[in-house]
Design a binder for this molecule. Sequence first.
Ligand code: DGJ
Length: 714
Amino acid sequence: MIRKKGQIIRLDTPNTTLVIKADTAQYIYYGKKLVSAGGFDAEVFSHRDYKIFSDWHGYDYAENSLLFDNADAGFTASFTFSKSRILDEKPEIEGLPTSYGEGKTLEVKYIDLPTKISLYLYYTVYDDSDVIAVSAKLVNGSKKEIKLRRFMSLQLDFQGVDYSFVTFEGEWARERQKISRKIESGTFVNESRKGMSSHANNPFVMAEKEGAVYGFNLLYSGNHKEVMNCTGGYRTRILTGMNDFMFEWPLAPGESFSTPEAVMCFATDADKMSSQMHEFVVEHIVRGKWKRKERPILVNNWEGTYFNFNEEKLLEIAAAAKKTGVELFVLDDGWFGKRDNDRCSLGDWTDNIEKTGGGLAQLADKIRALGLDFGIWVEPEMISEDSDLFRAHPNYAIRIPGRDPYRHRHQLCLNMADERVQNYVIRAISDVISRSKAAYVKWDYNRSVTDCYAKGIASGEFYHRYILGVYRVISKIMKKFPNVLFEGCAGGGGRFDLGMFCYFPQFWTSDDTDARMRIKIQSGTSYGYPQRVMGAHVSAVPNHQTLNSNPIETRFNVALGGVLGYELDMSQMSEEDTAAVTSQISFYKQYRQLLQFGDFYRLGDAFGGKESGFMFVSKDKSFALASVFVTERFVNTYDDRDYSIKFKGLNEAFVYEVSQRKQNNYDTDSCFTAGGDILMNGGVKLSGIFQDTQAQKNSGCVFSRVYIFNKVKK
Ligand code: DGJ
């Protein structure tokens, strides 16, 4: 709800309140919901320097949200208030994905009087969400061209310099590791310059202090930047938006530029903040047929075969998978052109007849005849130099004439900023989906952008135009195939961002499928994203990335924290593992609604503690499931006898019967009964967690158990 009293504007969400003084562009308050009628005297509540945007003038030498070469010379701009209004319809942002839903939008307009350039800020509040969507637009009302150099989507200024900046960083195969550092002076920047949101620095960040956690994210898949800037010992500034790195955007008279949408929320602790973000992603970002639909359990042949397969092998895997209860077979890389390794054929989306035994259509039919849906891998935005596409259209690749381009995984990026290239990709990928009648598409992206150049596009516009092209292609293809389930992928989780989730309902979280690493990766990811969007697979041991060996039950207990799949040659599994997998899948199906759609909580501490876990609670709190992990065993200590965990999300007043999932070598039928309050506050002993004979065979592995909670009926 948005209420105005003069230019004091109050935005209420179910649990938070944001108050802005529009005429002076000040923040008055952002935090826990205010219950009083208000009375916000800016002089009392807000320093004049807590601003909702910052242009370049006067004495503000801090990080600015907006910087451009102004029409009257220099970088100076001094926007003054023009008007504010409440809109029933949220304005579209041309070419960019946005959140959606029932709500209201506040529009505030400022003008740089000497040049007549206008700045618009938008704040959208949804009826059912604590997350506020924010964006900005600049309209060149002057008579000269101006050049945008930085235009952030969101600025939030806090009183004091006592916040920690929490970021989710890593690299390929170790995405989104939580890192927290207190910033008391200077500037800390979390950013991507890779042309994609990146494995290294996710756009989701938090500003945190005792009793207050603010979460921020950006609906953008390209270069982004999140800044925590502390000035003069009295103010902390957060900026979120497109990166100004190599960015320069000319605006002719009358033209406008809109930023991507950013989002922010406030909660009193990180668990509550994550819940708010999860509900927002689920309700206001993910869309289409798969929004509320249970996601299928898949088998993917990548780690099972890599490039080395033929039709017989694929059918063997599919048949074995079907017997265990798998629902969807995904044919990964290597099925097209002459693709026997990663040196060739990207761009040639024609069937490799030898490897598919007569082409995709036929293979897909055979898979369907086994009772599985068929899914296909593609990497649409790439090109191999050894490809017919490159031979015919070398100019489709991103490279600078006269220079040897930088190659990664032996491949080049297609110039997605070029409409001819976009149209080629739309045609080629649509054809793959049509001829295979795929029910699922894995959309991969295995390198970042370098050698930015495209004839006719200024360098400073390239990165943004590239992403606009990507969004155009994805949205056109998805419109043609509204029933297909798309899973994004970028060498694992390199483009795991809200921009992508406006299209793809799920994303491959990481190429690292090792249970120990996945606990951290999935926990880190869960701060900003719900479990329903994270692809999580059980793979073979020793794990191909880390060489760790964990029991099949442990691997499952971790993978159930996301959208479950298997990624190994299932036809080669031992009888014992096949039996375990069969019962895992039937268990997962029984609890799939809860696991994919229930409220998610992190247990323990994956980034420091020895116990951690994932917990899923039904909306009415009458049943729940928790997967608990011990990643380190200390011997002959007090801890050795008393590993424990505090569960979360239950109803304190309910009494629950707690049982354990029966794992293949350990009879876990034993139950106990306890109140929600003691389960959450008391610290429940993890009895029996080390009595896992499979785990005992492997040194250094993760021990795990799954607990099931059912409310005892009176
Ligand atoms: C990277 C992905 O993350 C993998 O799952 C697999 O699809 C390979 N690419 C195939 O090249």
